[in-house]
Design a protein around this ligand. Sequence first.
Ligand code: AMP
Ligand code: ZN
Length: 140
Amino acid sequence: MSGCLFCQIAQGERPSHTIFAGDGEMAFLDIFPCAPGHTLVIPRQHYATLSDMPPEEVGRLFQAAAMVAAKVQGALGAAGFNLGINNGKAAGQEVFHVHIHIIPRYPGDGGGSMKSVAHFKGKENLEAIAAKLRPAFASP
Ligand code: AMP
Ligand code: ZN
């Protein structure tokens, strides 16, 4: 898609620190890393968000991300990693070409878990929420 930063990277029209170049997916270093080795994994084809992707492509993207994350962790001697997607503006998405963040984690790096991305302090009625959600999974 013309004007898309990550399409330009995928097509080699914009420089990137690419570490993995597959046919359908690729991985490159985040230009503003929040940890050493912070990596982004993208499909070469343009989809704005995860919700726009066909399921088979989602599968391939996550397989690539798991493979890249394991290699990044091993090569950098990280102790673990967070893997996540900012899906939609409300979730902090800034580049609307779907990408998975791999954030290597190191002992004492001061970061939190994925639960630190939101700060809900209320009390949920879990059964009421579950009852609201289950119909979405019922077969037609
Ligand atoms: P998000 O908020 O999930 O859309 O994150 C977009 C990410 O892309 C941010 O972490 C940016 O640092 C990163 N980013 C933006 N431009 C580039 C670029 N040209 N090369 C690599 N990473 C980039
Ligand atoms: Zn794109």
